[in-house]
Design a protein around this ligand. Structure first.
Ligand code: ARG
Length: 459
């Protein structure tokens, strides 16, 4: 029990409340694989450097394999008295192999051990989330390609602004999520250093080889400073900040799905797989998955600010405050992975109502800018004058209750007699989007180029 781990200088044991506030096993048992991998690497290194016999090393490896098998078979007995995963694994190992197990903790502390386990877990999580983001990006790019020329209204202030295409709109999210993926890759590259061998805080008097353990656990190098190695949690903060930002992107996309699925918008119908019914209103098809993805960003942002505040003002080196890092990180990663999976499902199933989108694209005098641009191009009008002329034309159409392409030429000529019938060429929403050929613009040709370029990056 814990007495045999650290109880040498204590008379009485801890109170029940002390055990309850101190125990982290309910949360950190998720680190069992990493803990066992770290212990095996440590034992091999100790033996390679004459600190442990080869027989002890072999016994430790075999014993740890058995502990892992017991945990995976659900046969491990979890007990708050043993505080955390590190003490549980070590305690069971000592029950199984005795003295050799008691030698494992030579030249090591739980402080470098937990930092190592947590980095290994975080690294694997970063790799899984990278794959999840890639799957979502693949879904987005596939739909963007399919709907490269599907016209819909583009908004500013959520007021109809100019026609865009659904493909262009989806590619905007691909760009955002592509940057999120790059941010997580940066985080992974920076965090992949080994704390193991920093021991409690100062290093150790044993002739250990930190480069060996770093390499065998897949780290790029050992961390350079033992105090930093056991104190740093910026790798977790960085990942949480990245998840909060990515969560904002998922939340904005989710919000648009909610909006587009409303009856007044009618841009899309949610698939049966990603909507739910109402227990009282039989007609309902609710966008619960999108709403929950929209909400989950609160958890990511909360995890980030929560851990930031735990870490703020902590003196070097380890303090027990830091034990509260893992719950937030585990939860944020779980939420993020689930959000990615739900969003990928919703995008895969996307069923847009192309007619409704196109009709809406023509509303709100959305091609007004095209009239102004025509006046500049054809009549050589300064843009500010063209803006004014167009405003007057919009006013007439508004008063008559018709769209710009329904307005008689005579009405436009009252505003400026030089306007001729060729202006009608730019008044359709299709003409409007096709003309937006500038790099990064919404013309279907540009969208298809953007899709191709993004696909290249996804390879
Ligand atoms: N359960 C602890 C944590 O997660 C492990 C490190 C404990 N170290 C210590 N000196 N008490 O932070």
């Amino acid at each position: 029990d814990a007495q045999s781990m650290w109880g040498g200088r204590f008379g009485a044991g801890p109170s029940a409340i002390m055990q309850e506030i101190n125990s982290s096993i309910g949360v950190d048992k998720r680190l069992y694989r990493e803990d066992i991998a770290g212990s095996k690497a440590h034992a091999s290194m100790l033996a390679a450097n004459g600190i442990l016999t080869e027989a002890d090393r072999d016994a430790i490896h075999k014993g740890l394999d058995q502990v892992q098998a017991e945990i995976e078979a659900g046969r491990m007995v979890w007990d708050d008295v043993l505080e955390d995963i590190h003490m549980h694994v070590e305690s069971r190992l000592r029950q199984l192999i005795g003295d050799a197990g008691a030698r494992l903790h030579t030249a090591r502390s739980r402080n470098d051990q937990v930092a190592t386990d947590f980095r290994l877990w975080t690294r694997a999580a970063l790799d899984r989330m990278d794959a999840g983001l890639k799957a979502l990006l693949t879904a987005l790019v596939t739909q963007a390609d399919k709907y490269a020329d599907a016209v819909m209204p583009g908004f500013t202030h959520l007021q109809t602004a100019q026609p865009v295409t659904l493909g262009h709109h989806l590619m905007a999210y691909a760009e955002m999520l592509g940057r999120d993926r790059a941010r997580l890759a940066d985080c992974r590259a920076r965090m992949n250093e080994s704390p193991l061998g920093a021991a409690a805080l100062a290093g150790t008097s044993f002739p250990i080889d930190r480069h060996m353990t770093a390499a065998s656990l897949g780290f790029d190098r050992p961390m350079a400073n033992s105090l930093d190695a056991v104190s740093a949690r910026d790798f977790a903060l960085e990942m949480l900040a990245d998840l909060a930002i990515a969560g904002v992107h998922l939340s904005r996309l989710a919000d648009e799905i909610v909006l587009w699925a409303t009856a007044p918008f009618g841009f899309l119908k949610l698939s049966d797989a990603f909507s739910t019914g109402s227990s009282i209103m039989p007609q309902k098809r609710n966008p619960d998955a999108a709403e929950l993805v929209r909400a989950k960003v609160g958890r990511m942002a909360g995890a980030f600010t929560g851990l930031l505040i735990v870490m703020k003002g902590l003196p070097l080196a380890y303090s027990k405050d830091m034990q509260e890092d893992k719950e937030r990180v585990f939860k944020a990663v779980d939420d993020f992975e689930l959000s990615l999976a739900a969003m990928t499902g919703m995008i895969d199933d996307l069923k847009p109502n192309l007619a409704a989108m196109k009709a809406a694209a023509g509303g709100g005098f959305s091609t007004a800018t095209d009239i102004a641009d025509w006046c500049v191009r054809v009549l050589n009008m300064p843009f500010r004058d063209a803006h004014h002329v167009t405003g007057t034309i919009v006013k007439i159409a508004e008063e008559k209750g018709i769209t710009l392409d329904q307005l008689p030429l005579a009405d436009m000529q009252k505003v400026d007699p030089r306007i001729d019938a060729s202006i009608f060429d730019v008044l359709s929403v299709d003409a409007s989007v096709s003309s937006r050929m500038s790099f990064g613009g919404t013309s279907p040709a540009r969208v298809r180029e953007a899709v191709a370029a993004f696909r290249e990056k996804l390879q």
